[in-house]
Write a protein that binds this ligand. Structure first.
Ligand code: COA
Length: 162
């Protein structure tokens, strides 16, 4: 396992500028950041996993040292399978803390050798979430500057088709 490889997991339905901010910050610290999209069979997402991978890839353009993939099962097992010792999570508000604290300690119990590292996004993104973005876009609100431009276009297209 390497402490130079980090996994940044989430649903990313869709990726927001807050997520992109965390990915870029992490990639300045770790030599490889693996953005890992959970294949969550319990939820009906707006974008398929393949679409979400593609949206993140296009939003990041030329960033080196960043991989985007999906995973099933336990996060710690996925991290171990890609030889990552670090899980990156974004902390937006104090309200994120309780959930993140529980998850970090449970993941540590499941695999002692994996550490969770928390990073703060830019303050201007601290109130963002994917569901808020989906809701505003579906009600024709302005999401410019909150998500990458390719994500904004994909949202408008997908929501218009529904
Ligand atoms: N900027 C903007 N929004 C952010 C953000 C940031 N930096 N960080 C998180 N968010 C938002 C997401 O958009 C999402 O919003 P939504 O609920 O409105 O869609 C919300 O915060 C939740 O974040 P997300 O990163 O998608 O986490 P999650 O809670 O859906 O997923 C996993 C967490 C995937 C890491 C977790 O479920 C997991 O590890 N699952 C695998 C199974 C497992 O190992 N379980 C045991 C865990 S202890």
């Amino acid at each position: 396992m390497s402490d130079k490889i980090a996994v940044y997991p989430g649903s990313f339905d869709p990726v927001t500028n807050g997520h992109i901010d965390i990915i870029k910050r992490s990639s300045r610290i770790f030599s490889k950041v693996i953005v890992a999209i959970l294949n969550n069979y319990e939820k009906v997402p707006l974008f398929t996993v393949e679409e979400r991978i593609d949206l993140i890839r296009k939003a990041l353009c030329t960033d080196k040292g960043i991989e985007i993939t999906s995973f099933d099962g336990l996060l710690v097992d996925f991290a171990a399978s890609v030889k990552a010792r670090i899980i990156v999570r974004g902390l937006r508000e104090v309200s994120d803390f309780e959930y993140e604290f529980q998850m970090a300690l449970m993941n540590r119990r499941l695999n002692e050798s994996i550490e969770t590292v928390f990073m703060m996004p830019k303050a201007e993104y601290s109130y963002l979430s994917s569901s808020v973005i989906r809701e505003i876009a579906s009600l024709n609100g302005n999401i410019k500057g909150l998500v990458p431009e390719n994500v904004r276009e994909a949202l408008l297209k997908t929501l218009n088709q529904k």
